[in-house]
Design a protein around this ligand. Sequence first.
Ligand code: PRP
Length: 226
Amino acid sequence: METEKEMRYLTFALGKGRLAKKTLELFEQIGITCEEMKDPDSRKLIFVNEELKLKFFLSKGPDVPTYVEYGAADIGVVGRDTILEERRKLYEVLDLGFGACRMCVCGLESARPLLKSQELIRVATKYPNIAKDYFYNQKNQTVEIIKLNGSIELAPIVGLSEVIVDIVETGSTLRENGLVVLEEVCPLSARVVVNQVSMRMENERITKLLGDLNRVISKMTVSQPG
Ligand code: PRP
């Protein structure tokens, strides 16, 4: 007698907020739904789709790569900024396209010459690893990195640092605070990451999922030029 192999749950870690909302919209287009996750008032942290044997949980964005590296989640959706900053062991497998923005060095226009000289300037950022990699390895400029937790644009205005390394999306935060982009570090967007063991053990299901997502994304890119 043939016994059907018990399908285990595939677990997804999603970064709370806008990214999770966009991700769930995308998943719906490939037939993966999780109705109870849409309730904005819910304080529940984990949601199950029994039929498809899927689990979803919402964590802080920077913790998504941690859950995926340790295998507490098989798959994660997270911004490329977080992947670069956290430096976890995982596979980055798909660019979802949304959440597009740029990691930039920003400051007052008057700070521009400081980036050309070899002066020891101060750089405030929520992303010390990205900032270190950019200044030390790519630009060969020794700088002092100051870690902040948000509202990074304040730093050059109040004299904490000469420049910042931060995310620029529409540019309005910079504009409204009299700051400009001085250099671009790298482009960013939402990415799918996969646990290295899960990729082997659940290859068929994960490959199918990525293929489905890829088809939807390609269609969106074709129908929304620019
Ligand atoms: C992010 C980022 C910038 C802003 C960029 O901050 O750190 O401050 O958004 O967006 P914009 O170019 O469209 O103005 P967020 O709002 O996430 O909060 P934070 O400053 O506390 O990090």
